[in-house]
Design a protein around this ligand. Structure first.
Ligand code: PLP
Length: 378
């Protein structure tokens, strides 16, 4: 059997999503910007998708902009908010996704901003008291803190962060790529200024995502060209992707409670079995705390492994797809920046197991069996 436990990297396309997309690749091929019938019909479907996403998030359709995915959405908001509002300070953490971290670092290298990093505790959670101090002493900053960490699964209380930001004219952006569709998210209180989503993380197609930008915040376009996306992003829309994105989100939200229950059962059984069978195993982050950890992510540090790459390679040979950190860092022998921040022990091998609704208990049993077997011979 081929086992896929790398769902934080990407998920399998849901067939119901594909069925909804196909007509927009074959029959409904008009350009949504064209004013004739072919174009108008497609435009109406694109707007229908936008309305559905806006409804789910409790925002207005005018606040949703389609992008090519999470990375573009993070880049667009961060870069353009900073330049257009002449922001001089960005507050973030060292365990953000590179779509945020590298973007901010690039701006710092160009002397546009100075970055201040909020302290992280030993469980990988941000220190809210330190965050409050940083924010209150640096008004008009851009704060970017992710909702769910893609490597260790920790959840940040973004409502709490937003409340802090609201006290001093700061802008709050949150990378919600790992939580969109998995959690109820209602943004109607208007205190979170921007979030982003990516369809391939919830059984939608790759190469399509969106950003929400609160009406109060006006930023210029990032991709300059035609007047698509109300002048915010030039370029003909990825129509079938947009249709797939909204369908995938609808399905994920509808099935959210059932999926959560199913995955939590798999995750906690796996935790129990691993604890019983692997001595000195470390769970990275706060994965045993269901309130503060993504239910679909489990990050482990397996002890007494001299050759970490070999360990993952051996899992692969046994037809198990997992990753060491994020998909972007797998394939490289460097440790992940997130686990380095948490001070991963030298002879421990990091393994990120990330679940979807398609995984089974049989697969959990097999993976635990192989981890135990390979750890003994490493
Ligand atoms: C937290 C987080 N942010 C951003 C991204 C990038 O999203 P995309 O692949 O759609 O560019 C990812 C994908 O791994 C992610 O996990």
């Amino acid at each position: 059997m081929n086992i896929y436990f790398d769902n934080a990297a990407t998920t399998k396309l849901d067939k119901r999503v594909l069925e909804e997309m196909i007509p927009f690749m074959v029959e409904n091929y008009g350009n949504p910007s064209s004013i004739h019938k072919h174009g108008r019909e497609v435009k109406a479907s694109v707007e229908n998708s936008r309305n559905k996403i806006a409804d789910i998030l409790g925002v207005t359709p005018g606040e949703i902009f389609f992008t090519s995915g999470g990375t573009e959405a993070d880049n667009t908001f961060i870069i353009n908010a900073i330049y257009s509002r002449k922001i001089k300070t960005a507050i973030t953490s060292k365990i953000e996704h590179h779509a945020v971290l590298h973007t901010l670092e690039d701006l710092e290298q160009k002397n546009v901003i100075k970055i201040l990093y909020v302290n992280i505790d030993s469980n990988g959670h941000i220190d809210y008291t330190h965050l409050e101090e940083l924010i209150s002493s640096h008004p008009k900053s851009l704060i970017s803190l992710m909702h769910g960490n893609n490597e260790i699964g920790n959840i940040t209380d973004i409502e709490r962060v937003a409340q802090i930001c609201n006290t001093n004219d700061s802008i709050f952006h949150s990378d919600t790529v790992q939580t969109i569709g998995h959690f109820n998210m209602n943004l109607s209180s208007n205190i979170i200024h921007s979030i982003v989503g990516s369809a391939h993380k919830f059984h939608g197609p790759k190469g399509i995502g969106f950003m929400y930008i609160n009406n109060k915040i006006k930023i210029p376009p990032y991709i300059i060209g035609g007047s698509q996306e109300r002048n915010m992003r030039g370029g003909t829309e990825n129509v079938s992707g947009i249709i797939g994105l909204s369908k995938a989100l609808e399905i994920t939200i509808e099935e959210k409670d059932k999926t959560k229950k199913r995955i939590e059962n798999l995750k906690f059984n796996m935790i129990d079995m691993l604890k019983r069978n692997v001595k000195n195993l470390i769970f990275n982050g706060d994965c045993e705390n269901p309130k503060k950890s993504l239910f679909h992510v489990l990050s482990l540090s397996i002890p007494k492994i001299e050759d970490k790459q070999m360990f993952l390679f051996n899992l692969d040979i046994n037809k198990i797809s997992v990753s060491a950190g994020s998909a972007c860092s797998s394939g490289s022998s460097k440790n992940s920046h997130v686990l380095e921040e948490l001070k991963l022990k030298d002879n421990h091998s990091p393994v990120r197991i990330s679940f979807s609704k398609l995984n089974t208990m049989e697969e959990v049993n097999y993976v635990v069996e192989k981890i135990v077997e390979l750890q003994k011979i490493s």
